[in-house]
Design a protein around this ligand. Sequence first.
Ligand SMILES: Cc1cc2nc3c(=O)[nH]c(=O)nc-3n(C[C@H](O)[C@H](O)[C@H](O)COP(=O)(O)O)c2cc1C
Length: 203
Amino acid sequence: MPLTSKELLEESRKRRTYRSFLEEPVDLEVIKDCILTAGTAPSGADKQPWHFCVVTDPEMKKKIREQAEEVEKDFYQNKISDEWRADLAKLEVNWEKPFLTQAPCLIVIFKEFYRTLPDGTQDKNYYVPESAGISIGFLINAIRNAGYASLTYTPAPPAFLRTLLGRPEGETPVMVLCVGKPDPNYELPKLRKKTLEEIATFI
Ligand SMILES: Cc1cc2nc3c(=O)[nH]c(=O)nc-3n(C[C@H](O)[C@H](O)[C@H](O)COP(=O)(O)O)c2cc1C
């Protein structure tokens, strides 16, 4: 039975970003289904310009954390604007990213601008950020629907992820989606979602 719009709204309101997870492993079959769900997203000219790299190996998670914390230290010390720092205050985030080793599963998501064909030519994609973003939305919803929590973590800059995970030149990392059972002791930031009047106009 499909959910009614009201039921889907109520379900969607329960989704929150968790920054702390239980260490119990995720079911990889479920993660595969969630990724296939993301793969059903619409995309410019149906080029499906995305790649999902699933990392559960503790050594690789450790490397990702180490390199992410390096760029984050630089970001928080030298690059962040006062305005951005103020906007982040309510979330209580800093350069430390313990969730990268704590979450049992990291899905590193790449947007694919082009694919290099065997003859050396480039097969280009269109509306790449838009398409990848829609696909990530599908993925986040599928993961929540499967009973897992997620965190959309975006290291700035994220380029180290491509080298670390051996992805091709035509791909650019978008984010690390940290996935696992939510830590029941994590205190969710108190946030207010905008009202319908604030986000929609009917003409
Ligand atoms: C594109 C994008 C980038 C984000 N980057 C980060 C991040 O680097 N670190 C983090 O802790 N949260 C990050 N978030 C999570 C947001 O802070 C979070 O979604 C927002 O505060 C709303 O909270 P909610 O998801 O619980 O509704 C990101 C979210 C999005 C959509």
